[in-house]
Write a protein that binds this ligand. Structure first.
Ligand code: AMP
Length: 478
């Protein structure tokens, strides 16, 4: 089935062709017709399935009759509101909306916290038809009366489960109370806990259920391996793996922001081009870190679970669990970053003695054992300081992307592809019957390592962030 057969406008088909998409993904095939028919949607799909286009394309099509090039803000009311849990996802979604709508005279912008509010106010004052927002910052705008939501016709809750996990439920309720009651609602979630079902019952009217298989992390494309290693040898092992395997792109997970900073410093000190992404970095630093990683100017991105959520990083060959997650389902989220879109991926975990309970949980969730690899011979020059303060001063270039060492490839060897070929067993079908081709369901026990506890305004006030430019543009050219 083609995009043409979905009845999309020529302007959208043109933009889709520019993106290089040749055929709709399953979620797009299932979601676009009912959304165009103005039905509410309960979508079980996660990032990586193409769900953004699944809602953005029909929304743009439905808003097309409102397109105009008038400079008057009154001619550009917010008609579609898309809420996302994280700033990165908000920026990505708005970028997609902009790309898909580039041949339509519709405007979009994105608002999220951690950056200067004034450019956002300017963009909102100019008028936009599509607003992508994180809940906290949107309420800041509501409070300052810089946003008018009275003309919203379509509400999208993207990654609704993450929004609830992150404590956004009260914010979402406040926002919904500000919207016209007559509207179309689209809710997307990777999991369907009782809380999500309750939310869906409250806001959706006779929804069409749309469920798709996971596109990412199919079992036969990801290998799950682990090393048993003392906590204080993890740093040395990680550096060894990165260098000996000539890893050009590895996403390394730790549990806390502090560990992320520390590990980034250690890697830089060891001559590995690394950067970090976590919620205590400024938005500018996070954007830069992600961009450097995507562009390949750094080889290693150290991340916490929350910061990595919703990021669309394609074709990632390696995910390394420097520390196992407390919640087994986070392991699945982490490895969802690799083995995407038909490429192969490796999930490597460094497991120390006090992580065995977590390992058991993960293996139970996966219904398979991680493959135990023999510990390689490690240079004895340094022990990891991952469980104590670094004994070395942080290098001047601790932010990673500015340093000359950060621009060096992880290894001086000839870079062939993303990694040196490594003998590894063909991934066996899962004996326990865990089916990666099905959307997975998690228990609502996910405890984000850095979930905000305070209200959104308290959060932002506490951080006192430096400012950065608003991502995404307001005006569209016809
Ligand atoms: P999403 O799940 O919306 O974050 O999309 C994941 C990735 O899939 C993005 O990089 C999209 O650009 C890409 N994508 C979306 N739809 C298609 C399609 N029909 N064909 C190929 N790639 C797509």
């Amino acid at each position: 089935m083609s995009f043409e057969s979905l009845g999309l406008l020529p302007e959208l088909l043109h933009a889709i062709a520019d993106q290089g998409y040749t055929e709709p993904s399953p979620i797009q095939l299932k979601a676009i017709p009912p959304v165009l028919a103005r039905q509410d949607i309960m979508g079980c799909a996660q990032t990586g399935t193409g769900k953004t286009a699944g809602f953005a394309l029909p929304i743009l099509q439905m808003l097309a009759p409102h397109q105009n090039t008038s400079p008057s803000p009154a001619r550009h009311s917010i008609r579609a509101l898309i809420l996302t849990p994280t700033r990165e996802l908000a920026a990505q979604v708005e970028e997609s909306v902009r790309n898909y709508g580039k041949y339509l005279a519709l405007r979009s912008t994105v608002v999220y916290g951690g950056v200067d509010i004034n450019p956002q106010i300017k963009a909102l004052r100019a008028g936009v038809e599509v607003l992508v927002a994180t809940p906290g910052r949107l309420l800041d705008h509501v409070q300052q009366k810089t946003v008018n939501l009275t003309r919203v016709e379509i509400l999208v809750l993207d990654e609704a489960d993450r929004m609830l996990d992150m404590g956004f439920m009260p914010d979402i309720k406040r926002i919904i109370a500000l919207l016209p009651t007559e509207r179309q609602n689209l809710l997307f979630s990777a999991t369907f806990s009782d809380e999500i079902k309750r939310l869906a019952n409250q806001i959706l009217r006779s929804p069409v259920s749309v469920e798709v298989a996971r596109r990412n992390a199919p079992a036969d494309l990801v290998t799950h391996q682990m090393y048993e290693v003392d906590a204080d040898r993890k740093g040395a092992l990680l550096t060894h793996l990165i260098k000996s395997r000539e890893m050009k792109q590895a996403l390394v997970f730790v549990r806390t922001k502090r560990d992320a900073n520390r590990l980034m410093r250690e890697l830089l000190r060891d001559g590995v081009a690394a950067t970090a992404i976590h919620s205590d970095r400024t938005q500018g630093e996070r954007t830069q870190a992600l961009e450097d990683f995507k562009q390949g100017t750094v080889n290693v991105l150290v991340a916490t679970d929350i910061a990595a959520r919703g990021l669309d990083i394609e074709l990632l060959p390696f995910v390394i669990n420097y520390e196992l997650p407390y919640a087994a389902e986070d392991y699945i989220h982490r490895i969802g970053r690799t083995g995407r879109a038909g490429s192969t991926g490796e999930a490597i975990s460094l497991v120390c003695a006090d992580e065995h309970r977590m390992l058991d949980d993960i293996e139970r969730e996966l219904k398979r054992k991680l493959e135990r690899l023999p510990l390689p011979e490690l240079a004895s020059s340094r022990k990891s300081s991952s469980h104590g303060e670094s004994r070395h001063a942080a290098p001047r270039h601790a932010t990673g992307h500015k340093s000359s060492s950060a621009h060096k490839p992880a290894s001086s060897h000839e870079p062939s592809s993303h990694s040196k070929p490594h003998p590894r067993p063909a991934a066996a079908p899962l004996p326990g019957g865990f089916d990666f081709s099905k959307p997975y369901e998690f228990k609502p026990t996910d405890t984000p390592a850095e979930a905000p506890a305070a209200s959104h305004s308290a959060r932002y006030a506490k951080r006192g962030r430096p400012t950065a430019a608003l991502l995404g543009g307001a005006a569209k050219k016809p």
